[in-house]
Design a protein around this ligand. Structure first.
Ligand code: GRF
Length: 221
């Protein structure tokens, strides 16, 4: 594909399996985005290895080295600017981003969360789901706003909660859907097929194939 590809900055703190899904997607020549930079606040995050292996710039900005959140974010923003990042994808990034940070990438910061939002925002979403006894769980890709997991929803996928599930088994089932959903949602966002519409999003009717894929498997057509 000759069209210019959107430049993603992927922010991570841990294992980076969602980063891997994005790296795999962006390795396809017809995918409309590339990973320009991976940035971790945790120096030992395995996600950094994944980036290096893929030949992608990997940077550490350790929040512990900064006296304030503003200073930490200024350093993060400096790296992202240097790498020419246009869109920010949070992928297991365990720091909340501030309203000032979001102003630098208006409508261009995405996150993946392991629940069917607005249920179970915040930490340990899968555990919260099990404790509440829901029968269907899942994951959500959303635009990031100043709240915690409250931004406009782009795409969701559902999985069943089985009677013998524990946190690990449910998390693994959800994670498999995350890896499918995040590259799809990023593609829709960077191509303009999904746009912000107040507190909701609008899917371009011309991408009905993708709109279908935004529903969970087994959902009515
Ligand atoms: C995923 O469950 C994601 O939804 C959540 O943090 C986890 C990150 O996993 N925000 P990984 O580092 O991508 O493997």
């Amino acid at each position: 594909m000759s069209a210019r590809r959107a430049r993603l900055g992927v922010l991570v703190s841990g294992g980076g399996s969602n980063l891997q899904a994005l790296l795999d997607a962006t390795a396809q020549p017809d995918y409309p985005a590339e990973v320009a930079c991976v940035l971790s606040n945790v120096p030992t995050a395995f996600a950094l290895e994944r980036a290096r292996k893929a030949g992608v710039r990997a940077e550490v900005v350790d929040h512990k080295g900064f006296g304030s959140k503003a200073d930490f974010e200024a350093a993060v923003l400096g790296v992202l600017a240097d790498a020419g990042v246009e869109w920010v994808c949070l992928a297991g990034f365990m720091r909340l981003v501030s309203a000032d940070f979001l102003k630098r990438f208006p409508g261009r910061v995405l996150n993946i969360h392991p629940s069917l939002l607005p249920a179970f925002p915040g930490l340990h979403a899968q555990k919260q789901a099990l404790e509440r006894g829901v029968k269907v769980a899942g994951c959500t890709v959303h635009y990031v706003d100043a709240g915690t997991d409250t931004g406009p929803i782009i795409a969701q996928a559902a999985v069943p909660v089985l009677p013998d599930d524990d946190e690990a088994s449910l998390s693994a089932r959800i994670l498999a859907e995350e890896h499918r959903l995040y590259p799809l949602a990023v593609r829709l966002a960077v191509t303009g097929a999904v746009t912000l519409d107040g507190s909701r999003t609008k899917v371009d009717a011309r991408v009905t194939g993708d709109a279908g894929a935004l529903r969970s498997p087994g959902a009515p057509k």
